[in-house]
Design a protein around this ligand. Structure first.
Ligand SMILES: Nc1nc2c(c(=O)[nH]1)N[C@H]1C(S)=C(S)[C@@H](COP(=O)(O)OP(=O)(O)OC[C@H]3O[C@@H](n4cnc5c(=O)[nH]c(N)nc54)[C@H](O)[C@@H]3O)O[C@H]1N2
Ligand SMILES: Nc1nc2c(c(=O)[nH]1)N[C@H]1C(S)=C(S)[C@@H](COP(=O)(O)OP(=O)(O)OC[C@H]3O[C@@H](n4cnc5c(=O)[nH]c(N)nc54)[C@H](O)[C@@H]3O)O[C@H]1N2
Ligand code: SF4
Ligand SMILES: [Mo]
Length: 753
């Protein structure tokens, strides 16, 4: 048995610190790392399954090229890089680099690869990008921009210190979303002076712990949240002194929320008395934090709900304070960069938020004869043929492109549609970093060394992108000799020389990741060249948040502060606190100009007023509302392709006892779910945690995986065979995955498909 090596869990955005033992190429023992500054030893049950990722049967071991007959053949890396670069260059030279669309850049634990992907995009003139954030968080980012001045003014909850914790469409018991979630939930639930409030149609494990569960009718949160705001103002519960000093738009918000409270509560199907009690508990709290997630972000009125949710904590003054909501620092942005921010999508002119094309319009931007349509796609560490709405249409779009290259560790549903597949080393075989740095007041970052040597035939993304950039000739115009010399002299000499070089030729900035890898990389410790981009990011963090970095105990000024931060990361593989802020610092991050927050989002006013019509998304032919993609103990996006990691029955269709009885379905019976897009069968789990009319299926199922003889089988329902690209938010284009109109019927076991 080997030593306990530090690494991180790569299953969800918490990236809990781990200590693991390996035996040969297997990860044999896993425990929480007490030295990780955020997770402090915490892990959940899913982390135990990580060897299924590392040693999956369909891991890629050589670059693949599609033959004319559709099958794949193995080719050498030299051939693959030369041909991929040539095919991408041909698309660029024929149609323009902006027709090359980049999707992904990282999963839940690996974002360094995406940083290098920026250099490949720059070499090709590719400007349009997207990733999974554009099917969940872009609406919320846009609202942040409206309230606080810029979409990057992202707020984070402080549940550790909050007297009242509120979850809107979020089930942290299973999905986490903040450090040590289960421990924090339990301590709030067991403390008589603190309260847990959950807004969710289902009695989730989190809701079962709650003091108040507002069991909203699916898709009607906008009415419930408006009622909460209305009660807060009508009963005089708002913090008017705080609002007078720090906010604008109170009079208009008051006018907009002067509504028939009883009717709104009835529409949301929650007793008015309970809604009033919740509003009083929130307003009476010394501090309150709120976390919204997919339950509203992937439902009708999603962007409107993000506004109303934020207005709720602002009305009660729970901003820029301990236990409330604060604007955190960031190690790097997960968005698409400046290149695409200025314009809408090329074909439909859809709003681009945070540099990201809405996921639901991607197929439309390809399946058209519009001259500016996307012609080629680079997919990295993402599986859009499985994770985007309407997989059938997404597959059609991928097939319609002139060229597709996929960079992944495994043979995914998307890789199957590609012209070339490039095999990456796993997240345990290279230096890696995740950029989900969302903590406040102590924000945390971890640069993790590999725990295993790279699998034969694979390369880490920094090397893949450096080779592509070289093959495209993008560095040929630059004289890098000064940078090579400076790197040999050490980080301090390099930092100053790099700064001068970029000032002299700003074109170097967009190619920076490749330039850093080529020049600084060889002088970093053996095998650590891939951390060169982290050095660049550390310099940016030190420049953007110098005081916060110094408060975290990192010394230096200017580029020397960036160097000290980078060294601290390399020297502490369990992770570090990289910024430390007083709560008032949040005000310095408000970018509205006058440092006051806006309570009203002008573009959403009509949608808010329109709620009085009491219209909901319903369709008589499809009387059920299907939540397509629920997080459960046995789901982990698509990190584990091998179905044996989860318990039998994990893929069940959940429904209420009343519905099961009406349909004549018993626990374990097979049901057919039909939507406007598709149809599938699953065993039923009858559970009184579901509201009548509401059914749910888990995310991350429906994965094809080879058996021991190499024969591939699909396991479970792939929910996006059932979803539609047109059901989406009018502002952000985010999908209504949690609100899919559906029909259910019992089927004979023999007629399943
Ligand atoms: N175990 C596990 N954990 C994960 C992941 C995973 O795959 N597995 N994935 C990670 C990722 S990428 C993400 S984005 C997060 C997502 O984390 P969550 O958003 O917590 O996940 P979901 O279960 O998809 O949805 C949350 C809740 O929304 C509720 N809901 C459905 N419809 C409505 C509605 O109309 N209104 C309201 N208020 N609620 C509704 C559902 O009942 C559910 O409890 O989880 C992360 N954590
Ligand atoms: N219907 C429905 N659809 C949904 C959701 C839902 O709730 N319902 N949830 C949405 C959400 S919130 C999210 S976040 C997305 C997630 O969907 P995606 O963004 O597609 O992410 P994953 O499924 O996690 O796929 C990550 C890929 O990265 C690969 N990978 C892992 N490690 C490495 C590495 O080191 N290098 C490379 N190159 N590749 C690697 C894995 O093999 C996998 O193929 O799904 C979305 N889709
Ligand atoms: S909370 Fe998330 S990161 Fe932490 S152990 Fe569980 S799945 Fe892994
Ligand atoms: Mo997500």
């Amino acid at each position: 048995m080997s030593e306990w090596k530090p690494t991180a869990c790569i299953i969800c955005s918490l990236n809990c610190g781990l200590r693991v033992q390996t035996d040969g190429r297997r990860i044999t023992s896993i425990r929480g790392d007490k030295g990780h500054p955020a997770s402090q030893g915490y892990v959940c049950e899913k982390a135990r399954a990580l060897d299924h990722y590392q040693n999956g049967r369909d891991r890629l071991a050589a670059p693949l090229r599609r033959r004319d007959d559709g099958s794949f053949e193995e080719v050498s890396w030299e051939t693959a890089i030369a041909e991929v670069a040539a095919r991408l260059a041909l698309v660029r030279d024929t149609h323009g680099g902006e027709t090359i669309f980049y999707y992904g850049g990282g999963a839940q634990g690996n974002h360094l690869g995406g940083a290098y992907g920026r250099a490949t995009r720059a070499a090709l003139g590719s400007v349009y990008t997207s990733n999974a954030l554009a099917q969940e968080k872009t609406g919320e980012f846009w609202v942040d921009g409206q309230l606080y001045g810029r979409a990057r003014c992202h707020t984070t909850p402080d549940f550790e210190h909050a007297q009242v914790a509120v979850f809107v469409g979020k089930n942290p018991w299973h999905s986490h979303g903040f450090p040590r979630a289960r421990s924090v939930l339990k301590s709030i639930a067991s403390d008589p002076d603190r309260s847990l409030i959950v807004i969710d149609p289902r009695r989730t494990k989190t809701a079962a712990l709650a003091d108040i569960h507002l069991q909203v009718r699916p898709g009607t949160d906008a009415w419930l949240l408006t009622a909460l705001l209305a009660i807060t103002l009508e009963e005089g519960l708002a913090d008017t002194d705080w609002l007078a000093e720090h906010a604008t738009g109170l009079a208009q918000l008051r006018e907009l929320t002067t509504i028939d409270i009883a009717a709104y509560c009835a529409h949301a199907d929650v007793p008015e008395a309970l809604v009033r009690r919740a509003a009083r508990v929130m307003a009476g709290a010394q501090s309150m934090s709120i976390l919204e997630d997919l339950g509203i972000q992937q439902s009708p009125h999603s962007t409107l709900c993000s506004w109303l949710e934020k207005a709720l904590y602002l009305l009660t003054g729970n901003f820029a304070k301990r236990g409330g909501m604060n604007i955190h620092t960031r190690f790097a942005s997960l968005g698409g960069g400046k290149g695409s921010r200025r314009r809408g999508s090329p074909v439909g002119d859809h709003r681009v938020i945070g540099g990201l094309i809405p996921c639901n319009v991607i197929a439309d931007e390809i399946l058209t004869d519009h001259p500016d349509r996307f012609r080629a796609m680079i997919v990295e560490s993402s599986n859009p043929a499985h994770s985007l709405a309407d997989s059938g249409r997404m597959r059609e779009a991928l097939r319609a492109l002139e060229f597709v290259v996929v960079i992944d560790v495994a043979m995914t549903e998307t890789a199957r549609e590609a012209d070339y597949v490039l095999p990456a080393s796993s997240q345990f075989e290279k230096w890696e970093m995740a950029f989900f740095n969302l903590e406040f007041p102590h924000n945390v970052a971890q640069l993790r060394p590999p725990i295993l040597a790279a699998a034969a035939g694979t390369l880490p993304e920094p090397e893949i992108h450096a080779r592509l950039v070289r093959a495209l000739g993008a560095l040929d115009d630059f004289d890098l000799s000064m940078l090579h010399t400076a790197a040999a002299d050490g980080l301090d000499a390099y930092a100053f020389t790099f700064g001068m070089a970029v000032m002299a030729d700003p074109r170097m900035m967009r190619l920076a990741p490749a330039i850093l890898y080529e020049t600084l990389g060889p002088h970093l410790p053996e095998g650590a060249a891939g951390t060169a981009a982290a050095w660049g990011l550390a310099q940016q963090v030190a420049m953007t948040f110098p005081d916060s970095v110094k408060r975290a105990g990192i010394d230096g000024d200017g580029p020397l502060l960036g160097n000290a931060l980078f060294r601290a990361l390399v020297d502490n593989p369990s992770g570090i606190v990289f910024t430390d802020d007083p709560y008032e610092e949040t005000w310095n991050r408000v970018e509205t100009g006058d440092r006051r927050v806006n309570l009203v989002v002008p573009e959403l006013v009509d949608e808010l007023r329109g709620l009085s019509q009491m219209a909901t998304v319903t369709d008589e032919a499809y009387p059920f509302i299907l939540a397509a993609g629920e997080r459960r103990s046995g789901t982990a996006n698509v990190l584990f392709r091998d179905p044996t990691w989860r318990k039998a029955g994990a893929g069940a269709l959940r429904m209420s006892p009343a519905d099961a009885q009406t349909l004549g379905l018993e626990d374990g019976a097979i049901a057919r779910v039909t939507t406007r897009t598709g149809s599938a069968t699953a065993p039923v789990e009858v559970t009184d945690t579901m509201r009548p009319g509401h059914i749910s299926l888990p995310n991350g199922h429906g994965i094809s995986y080879p058996d021991a003889s190499g024969q591939t089988h699909v396991h479970g329902i792939s929910v996006n065979e059932l979803t539609s690209t047109t059901d989406r938010d009018p502002i952000a284009g985010t999908p209504w995955h949690k609100h899919v109109p559906a029909r259910v019927e019992a089927v004979e076991a023999s007629s399943q498909t």
